[in-house]
Design a protein around this ligand. Structure first.
Ligand code: 13P
Ligand code: SF4
Length: 358
């Protein structure tokens, strides 16, 4: 990275001292992650943001929904900054508040809303988290989806056999968790398509389903296929395939291990020298891990032959970070992410339920 910019970022951080706290998601570029005070998966970063009440400015190197969650979990006096406002998430954009309210009407008309608890993935807007909070549901991340679903089913229909979960917005995380961790069958899952009347489902299909999956997905993880797994197993004998649960069900079913970004890192940390790994997640992280563990004799490759960055995570680059830090050091707050008080109140209910999961 540009040495002049690196020097300016260090200088601006030094001027801000303890008033500043920089959070970095594992998918961030190397040039940015070097300035993070803590790095983590979405769950860890949400907890870490809440654990720094003395920091006046929280600069979030990640995407919009993460910065919103940090704003919700921190005090009103703290200001959360996203260095580039264009750093969104295409998956989070796949569920809007209007669409989700309409879906709830569909469930109500089918007579199943009373026994349904919503669970929303962290990768959703504050509006969707607020909807979830209002209807007695919880947020989850890829590291606690199993516990969140178990909790939600215990609430739904008072734990009876007719209890259901509406899982937003990532159908893959919902399906993978229901099938792999809760032992459900694929027939227990239905997909609600917000672009079709009634979600494209009959009232009878809704009544029979255990888990209603929103038709959302991650475009980055959606690119891994069963062929990627077959091809890497042929190419690298004895390879361990480790993928993120945002991958499609057939990819997860064919993999050896599945987990959040934090889990992926701890598995590689604990892996023996000489072991070989193919990783199905975003490329900035995979490249960093490959470089970190190569000296220890661990061979780490990207699961697919085609390159696959998260383009919105990549929006946060060193020039944007330097601009944000220097502006703050000069007393000018830029790109503040602020959730309105009512949305914040209900979204916080759903986030707090997640933080209280056993
Ligand atoms: P985790 O870091 O929680 O595994 O999530 C991955 C992701 O897609 C964030 O956008
Ligand atoms: Fe969204 Fe996928 Fe990028 Fe994560 S990797 S921020 S889910 S588009």
């Amino acid at each position: 990275s540009d040495p002049g910019l690196v020097e300016r970022a260090h200088a601006a951080k030094a001027r801000l001292g303890d008033r500043l706290f920089v959070l970095g998601h594992h998918y961030q570029r190397d040039e940015v992650i070097q300035f993070a005070d803590v790095t983590g998966d979405s769950f860890k970063l949400a907890r870490d943001a809440a654990a720094r009440p003395e920091a006046e400015y929280i600069v979030f190197c990640g995407v919009h929904f993460m910065a919103e969650s940090a704003d919700i979990l921190t005090s009103d006096a703290q200001q959360v900054i996203l260095p580039d406002l264009a750093a969104g998430c295409s998956m989070a954009d796949m569920a809007t508040a209007e669409q989700v309210a309409e879906a709830w009407d569909v469930l109500t008309d089918a007579g199943v809303a009373d026994v349904t608890v919503p669970v929303t993935y962290m990768n959703s807007s504050a509006d969707i988290k607020a909807f979830t909070g209002r209807h007695g549901g919880t947020v989850c991340t890829s590291s606690n989806a199993r516990r969140a679903l178990e909790w939600a089913f215990a609430q739904a229909g008072r734990g009876g056999a007719d209890g259901k979960v509406l899982f937003l917005p990532d159908q893959h995380l919902g399906r993978n968790t229901a099938v792999r961790d809760l032992g459900m069958s694929l027939d227990d899952c239905v997909v609600y398509n917000p672009h079709k009347p009634g979600g494209g489902l009959t009232a009878d299909e809704l009544r029979r389903a255990r888990i209603i999956l929103w038709r959302g997905h991650c475009s980055v993880h959606g690119r891994f296929s069963l062929d990627s797994v077959t091809e890497v197993r042929e190419r690298i004998p004895g390879v361990n395939v480790l993928v993120h649960p945002e991958c499609r069900h057939e990819v997860v079913a064919a993999a050896d291990h599945v987990g959040s970004t934090e889990h992926i890192i701890s598995m590689l940390e604990a892996a023996p020298a000489g072991s070989r790994w193919a990783i199905g997640t975003e490329l900035n992280l995979v490249r960093r891990l490959a470089a970190r563990y190569a000296p220890q004799g661990k061979e780490i490759v990207f699961l697919d032959r085609t390159v696959c960055f998260c383009s919105t995570m990549n929006r946060i680059d060193l020039p944007h970070l330097v601009w944000a830090l220097e502006s703050l050091a000069d007393g000018k707050v830029v790109n503040r992410i602020q959730v309105d008080p009512e949305t914040e109140h209900f979204a916080r209910l759903a986030l707090d339920r997640m933080l209280a999961l056993p």
